[in-house]
Write a protein that binds this ligand. Structure first.
Ligand code: CMP
Length: 399
């Protein structure tokens, strides 16, 4: 029994360590950087190998090496995928769904699906006869997995997701125009140039090349009416293509801002905690505060961990998970203060309830601020005591 429980403890500590290495990207350390860097290198190497494999001379000379790179990459991605599924239940959100459902929910997240897409072609080829060229194309999908390690790629994906409705509408507009424009051009030029415009599907090639403003020039109208209509189609194409391009640009910038919002003095002054401070002090604190944007259900603070910073909610909600209940904290409130005030482990787990913009302040500047501002210190102590009760006398008070 004792051996069983110590085994499960050992397993849990390994799971927690793996969780912080593979999933918990917020608490980044040297190991995260080394791991992510190695994975990016391996993915780039293996994508490069697939590209080179399509050159017959290189394939003949280095075929074996390329196979090795491929096999090593697949083993690494498979092990990483398995470990991610195993340790994801260290996150209270997935843990709360139960062992199996939690892992299934994690497997269905967009990034986990990309992991699977990176893996499947290899195993598909093992169990079924797939055309080698097609398989090569599928293996190139591996490059999508870089989204896990590259904030830029995931920002693009987030921008597309945020504008998906408008982009779908723009695509719909393009399809409608394509059909109508091809129909009209078939009518105008069909008899004169049957090869290029003799049927509506044939006219569609010209229509898509013109609407997207690519204009290869391999098929061009020769009648006056055809040319006038072609000019109008080109103008329509510019208008239609400008819509998604503009949408993507603004959405991309909005996503970037969200991720890296600037800690301005005005933003800091909006947080009630800092409102009473003088402008000079606010400017000083703004320099020490770090911005953080987190998705929903993200564990910000783990119960039992050592506390190293205090958090202020600028936007969104966070959930404090107490033994028998939950408390929701909203914009303007703060958390993570008790571990710093009394040098105790974190008293509760705190999870984002929606997308959250936070500011965080490291232990030392926070304690420094409390020492310098007795009124703020009293207010923080009052909140902390309300939350966790009066700390025991032997608690190591930091200020
Ligand atoms: P800390 O113990 O550092 O980390 C967990 C945080 O959750 C804790 O600080 C408080 O900020 C917050 N917390 C703990 N208990 C409560 C509560 N009852 N109500 C609101 N917040 C709480």
């Amino acid at each position: 029994m004792a051996a069983g429980s110590s085994f499960s403890l050992l397993r849990r500590s390994w799971r927690t360590r793996l969780y912080s290495l593979l999933i918990d990207t917020e608490r980044r350390n040297w190991w995260n950087t080394v791991f992510d860097g190695s994975m990016v290198l391996l993915l780039l190497l293996s994508t490069g190998a697939v590209i080179m494999e399509s050159v017959p001379e290189i394939e003949q000379e280095y075929g074996l090496l390329i196979e090795w790179v491929d096999a090593i990459t697949v083993i690494a991605i498979s092990v990483e995928y398995g470990l991610r599924l195993w340790c994801c239940t260290d996150d209270p959100y997935y843990a709360s769904l139960g062992r199996l459902r939690g892992r299934l929910a994690y497997a269905l997240t967009p990034l986990s699906m990309l992991d699977l897409v990176a893996l499947l072609p290899y195993y598909l080829a093992l169990i079924s006869a797939v055309d080698l060229r097609f398989l090569m194309v599928l293996r190139l999908l591996r490059i999508l997995k870089l989204a896990r390690y590259s904030p830029a790629l995931s920002t693009v994906l987030a921008a597309v997701a945020a504008e998906r409705k408008a982009l779908t509408a723009a695509l719909f507009l393009l399809l409608v125009s394509l059909v109508l424009v091809s129909g009209v051009m078939y009518h105008i030029e069909g008899d004169v140039q049957p090869d290029a415009f003799g049927t509506i599907p044939r006219a569609m090639w010209w229509a898509i090349v013109t609407l997207t403003t690519v204009g290869y020039g391999d098929v061009t109208p020769v009648t006056a009416a055809g040319r006038i209509f072609a000019a109008l189609t080109a103008l329509l194409g510019i208008m239609i293509c400008a819509v998604p391009a503009g949408l993507m640009a603004s959405s991309f910038i909005a996503e970037l801002r969200k991720r890296d919002f600037v800690v301005s003095c005005r933003l800091v002054a909006r947080v009630p905690f800092f409102r009473s401070l003088e402008a000079a002090l606010i400017a000083e604190i703004a320099a020490a505060l770090q911005p953080l944007v987190l998705p929903p259900n993200y564990v910000i603070v783990h119960k039992g961990d050592r506390g190293d910073r205090v958090y202020f909610i600028v936007e969104g909600e966070a959930r404090v998970e107490l033994p028998n209940s939950q408390v929701t904290l909203r914009a303007g409130e703060f958390f993570g203060e008790t571990a710093l005030l009394y040098d105790r482990p974190r008293q509760a787990t705190v999870v984002t309830a929606s997308e959250c913009r936070l500011l965080h302040l490291d232990r030392e500047p926070f304690l420094e601020l409390l020492r310098a501002q007795p009124a703020i210190r009293d207010a923080v102590e009052r909140v902390a005591e309300q939350r966790i009760g009066r700390p025991p006398d032997h608690a190591d008070k930091q200020i």
